[in-house]
Design a protein around this ligand. Structure first.
Ligand SMILES: *Cc1c(COP(=O)(O)O)cnc(C)c1O
Length: 232
């Protein structure tokens, strides 16, 4: 079931890429494994998935140490809203935090990376508010620019792009507008910070990944369409 879902998804992703005149391979598929078991995650790995997303720190701690031990080629991103006091706990497990939605998180990440002396940088994406209903993410472009500038000056942080969630609606136009908005904001930011490579655009979930790919997504975060409905 999971293997079959992944195959079907990859086909749809490829078709959306070709339809939009982009090059095959330009969109990464992340499996969002929140609320799903280690065993289900292993099935996804055996079907070729290497990139995972989780949104709760406790669940990451429970599931991923054993997975990292067994599989050396998998990668985990934090995609959910992150409390400041959880930053320290999550950093050893993730190479990217996609949900950086305020300045204080950037300070906290730098502080703990420095303290832990992990000899690596953590990638971050700036979460941008682009839809009426979502409540998290940067709202103003000037705040966003301040955050980008600040993170670029921090030794242990590598800013690589932007993330958004489209509004939860069946209105395709509203969803598309939301993705277009993130693309536009990313272009403005790239122009302003042309020494950085802010190329990652994390947008698109089970219900809207094809629209997101048409609008320039480079990474889709898919849960339900891979693992089925979540219990929770
Ligand atoms: C849960 C979640 C997803 C995946 O949602 P599905 O609709 O199950 O594909 C993607 N992004 C974020 C930030 C999430 O929290």
């Amino acid at each position: 079931m999971i293997g079959k879902n992944i195959k079907a998804l990859q086909n749809k992703i490829d078709n959306a890429i070709l339809r939009s005149g982009r090059e095959l391979g330009c969109v990464k598929l992340m499996a969002v494994s929140k609320f799903h078991s280690v065993q289900e995650i292993e099935t996804a790995i055996e079907s070729g998935i290497t990139l995972f997303g989780e949104n709760r720190v406790q669940e990451i701690q429970e599931k991923f140490p054993q997975l990292f031990e067994k599989y050396s080629n998998i990668e985990l991103h934090m995609i959910g809203s992150l409390q400041r006091n959880k930053v320290k706990t999550v950093l050893p497990f993730v190479n990217t935090i996609q949900s950086v939605d305020r300045i204080e998180l950037i300070d906290e990440i730098q502080k703990h990376m420095q303290k832990a002396n992990m000899q690596k940088k953590v990638n971050i994406l700036f979460e941008v508010h682009t839809g009426e209903e979502s409540k998290s993410g940067f709202l103003s472009f000037s705040d966003l620019c301040y955050a980008i500038e600040k993170s670029a000056n921090y030794e242990f942080i590598n800013p690589i792009g932007f993330m958004t969630m489209a509004p939860f609606t069946t209105d395709v136009d509203l969803i598309r507008q939301s993705f277009k908005k993130l693309k536009d904001i990313s272009l403005l930011a790239k122009e302003k910070f042309n020494q950085l490579s802010l190329n990652e655009l994390s947008m698109g979930m089970s219900g809207d990944f094809e629209i997101a790919i048409e609008e320039g997504s480079t990474l889709v975060r898919v849960g339900t369409a891979i693992f089925g409905q979540r219990q929770g």
